[in-house]
Ligand binder design. Structure first.
Ligand code: PAF
Length: 302
């Protein structure tokens, strides 16, 4: 790979737009299926970061052929759209292009690797981002990136790229654990943020939401442990509290989806935890309640 790799980004939503900005010193090729988003971003993509607004001009298209020359392709699509996106882009991407997923939820990695043979680097990020309009995004608070994968050399290429963009990134020896831990954080924050329509910081200011989040996390940790992921619930409660604090003004992605009348990622977050729980006969009343309430909310959107 050349030392100035060409970066493809699939999905110009909040995170895709923000990462395009972070990586703007490289050639960025953005692919999004929404013609309104594509047309708006062609006039410039604005990023509000620490109260400062910057506009840049990435190349964007709703034609997946735009990705043909990309060396590293980031997927910033909703988990429920993964199958369709891979189905579309697989005919255009180079066979040796590194595909990177930092998507929320459980199950994306398995799905992607069952569909393509490209080297896959996967992980999580706790960076917050809010889409303000089709062509503007607000940085929603600092967070870290954890990546991993089968090939150390591909992980290290992606690691250097993100580090050169001044992002905090680590290569985890056990990225599956990182994925589960991120899903547990999302399981606690996202449905509550979306149901109560509050930014993440509000969730740790009230005893009732703090207790519900702890209940969700304790159940999810039991499920993770039954599935061989050794994670500790006290540690996860602390980590979730830190994420809420660091992204205190950010509307979580699930709230942004509900406000934009979009389907949410509840199925790959609390939904996936509930499915695994059933396999291990673990009761998940907290997760099941918020899952059903979000499903109700989704049913009222159309
Ligand atoms: O889904 C989200 O919104 C994000 O993963 C996080 C870290 C909870 C920040 O809002």
């Amino acid at each position: 790979m050349n030392n100035k790799p060409i970066i493809g980004i699939v999905g110009a939503g909040a995170m895709g737009s923000l990462f395009a900005f972070f990586l703007r010193k490289y050639t960025i090729l953005l692919y999004d299926t929404n013609p309104n988003t594509v047309n708006a971003i062609k006039q410039g993509l604005s990023v509000e970061i620490h109260s400062e607004k910057q506009t840049f001009y990435p190349t964007i298209s709703n034609d997946p052929a735009i990705l043909a020359s990309a060396d590293i392709i980031f997927l910033f699509i909703k988990s429920f759209a993964t199958r369709d996106a891979i189905d579309t882009i697989q005919h255009y991407i180079k066979p040796d292009a590194i595909v990177v997923t930092l998507q929320n939820g459980i199950g994306n990695v398995e799905l992607i690797s069952s569909m393509i043979n490209n080297p896959l680097v996967y992980g999580t990020t706790t960076i917050g981002a809010t889409k303000l309009s089709p062509a503007s995004v607000r940085f929603g608070g600092t967070g870290s990136i954890i990546i991993g994968g089968d090939s150390y050399s591909h992980c290290s290429t992606v690691h250097s790229l993100l580090q050169n963009a001044n992002l905090t990134v680590t290569i985890a020896p056990d990225p599956k654990k990182a994925l589960w831990e991120k899903a547990i954080i999302n399981a606690a924050i996202n449905p509550l943020g979306a149901l109560l329509e509050v930014p993440n910081g509000k969730l740790i200011e009230n005893n009732n939401t703090v207790k519900i989040m702890a209940g969700i996390i304790q159940e999810a940790c039991l499920v993770a442990q039954a599935n061989g992921i050794m994670t500790d619930s006290n540690h996860m409660i602390e980590t979730t509290t830190t994420v809420c604090r660091n992204t205190q003004n950010n509307f979580c992605s699930m709230l942004q989806d509900i406000l934009a009348k979009r389907k949410t990622e509840i199925d790959s977050i609390n939904g996936a935890i509930i499915t695994f729980a059933q396999q291990y006969s673990i009761d998940t009343p907290y997760n099941t309640t918020v899952y059903k309430l979000i499903k109700y909310k989704e049913s009222q959107l159309i």
